[in-house]
Design a binder for this molecule. Structure first.
Ligand SMILES: Nc1ncnc2c1ncn2[C@@H]1O[C@H](COP(=O)(O)OP(=O)(O)OP(=O)(O)O)[C@@H](O)[C@H]1O
Ligand SMILES: [Mg+2]
Length: 387
């Protein structure tokens, strides 16, 4: 074949193919909402018809005889039928595969677990894997939401309980004073003050907790000398410790300084100290230690470890995570008891102290946890903060 003929044939075949292809595109656009089964069938038909269009054009240019064209027409007709059949089979499989993914999504909406879609094209398989992952995340989120809802409900009933008991006591004492039947009015006034301080503390704690929960905590970080901060906290806790005959001690590495919100950090240390004193029997010891610690997260800088150890006799391992929950208290903690001590701070609390500690430490991108002492005489609360 001469080069010029080959060129002419190529041009005619390209022109005819382009015309058929454009017509095919138009039909594809018109039927774009049809099932993928029909779309695939259309693609296969267009492919065969493009060949046939080229052959027609070449025959028109007299490069093919009438006989050749007849042969090509027969072959093309059979090719169209085969192409349609194959496309239909593949299209049906695609419909089945996408139906399975659809089923998986529907099951997801109803909360039922559907098996992961393992067959079919890569895109459908990855869509199915994505759906399964989304379902897992949704389940986690709704479990977290349910836990939060549960703890919110518990919190409300605990707060109601913790308010009702002191209020009933206050009313009884106020009535006794009013009626002039209080045997020792001075002691009643003192008790009323203690109860009011306790209620004020409870309301403060609730306010702090709601700010932590709402993410509305505003920290004002500045350089804090831990030696000074711990000394102040120890001095603040000293009267309560003396009253309970608990020794306070410990050690802070010289010159240890971190950037933190001083008021929040003081609150963390004093909450831990108050708890430790409250749970240590008379003649026991509470110690605060502070040292530079190697980081426990690879890649992060060094951190500071602040620990408060007590003589509580050790915590039940099951309680070790729960102590940081809002309102959680040890077994007999919610039976109404009279507040101990006259300071209003050493008596029965509301179970908010450690939740506040955790909230404040989290806000400083730190970590708090508790462990039992190896001697089994008590436990040690650790606070890790970035140095
Ligand atoms: N140092 C500790 N030793 C032993 N148990 C502790 C200690 N600190 C806390 N706990 C246990 O964890 C519970 C929760 O402590 P948390 O400080 O949150 O609440 P609380 O001290 O009971 O009340 P609040 O702090 O609101 O006055 C306590 O009731 C107690 O059972
Ligand atoms: Mg406490």
């Amino acid at each position: 074949m001469r080069a010029i003929d080959a060129l002419q044939i190529a041009l005619v075949a390209a022109g005819a193919g382009l015309a058929v292809g454009l017509a095919g595109l138009l039909v594809a656009w018109l039927t774009r909402r049809w099932s993928i089964r029909w779309q695939l069938t259309l693609v296969a038909t267009i492919a065969v018809l493009t060949v046939f269009g080229g052959a027609l054009g070449i025959a028109w240019m007299m490069f093919l005889s009438g006989h050749d064209l007849q042969v090509i027409t027969v072959v093309t007709s059979i090719a169209v039928v085969v192409a349609i059949l194959v496309a239909f089979v593949i299209g049906s499989a695609m419909v089945r595969w996408s139906g399975a993914v659809q089923e998986q999504a529907r099951g997801m909406a109803l909360g039922a677990h559907q098996p992961l879609h393992e067959s079919g094209p890569r895109e459908l398989r990855s869509l199915s894997a994505e759906l399964a992952e989304t379902q897992r995340r949704l389940e986690e989120a709704s479990a977290r939401e349910a836990r939060l809802e549960e703890s919110r409900r518990e919190l409300i009933s605990w707060v109601a309980h913790d308010l009702r008991t002191p209020l009933a006591g206050l009313r009884a004492m106020a009535e006794a004073l009013e009626d002039g039947i209080a045997a020792d009015p001075h002691r009643y006034h003192q008790r009323i003050r203690v109860e009011v301080e306790r209620l004020a503390q409870l309301v403060d704690d609730l306010f702090e907790l709601s700010r932590i929960q709402a993410g509305a905590l505003t920290l004002t970080p500045e350089p804090v000398l831990l030696g000074d901060l711990v000394s102040e906290a120890l001095a603040g806790a000293d009267p309560v410790a003396r009253e309970r005959r608990v020794r306070l001690g410990g050690q802070v590495e010289d010159g240890l300084e971190i950037t933190a919100d001083p008021a929040s950090l003081s609150r963390v240390v004093s909450n831990l100290l108050m708890n430790a004193i409250r749970h240590t029997p008379a003649d026991g010891t509470v110690e605060v230690h502070c040292r530079l610690a190697p980081t426990d997260v690879p890649g992060d800088g060094p951190s500071v470890d602040l620990s408060v150890s007590d003589g509580c006799g050790g915590l039940d391992p099951d309680d070790m995570d729960r102590v940081f929950d809002f309102g959680w208290q040890g077994s007999s903690a919610r039976t109404p008891t009279a507040p101990e001590g006259a300071d209003g701070g050493s008596g029965q609390g509301a179970g908010f102290g450690l939740a506040i500690v955790k909230g404040l430490v989290d806000a400083h991108r730190g970590r708090v946890w508790v462990e039992n002492l190896p001697t089994a005489t008590g436990c040690r609360f650790h606070v890790r903060l970035p140095a």
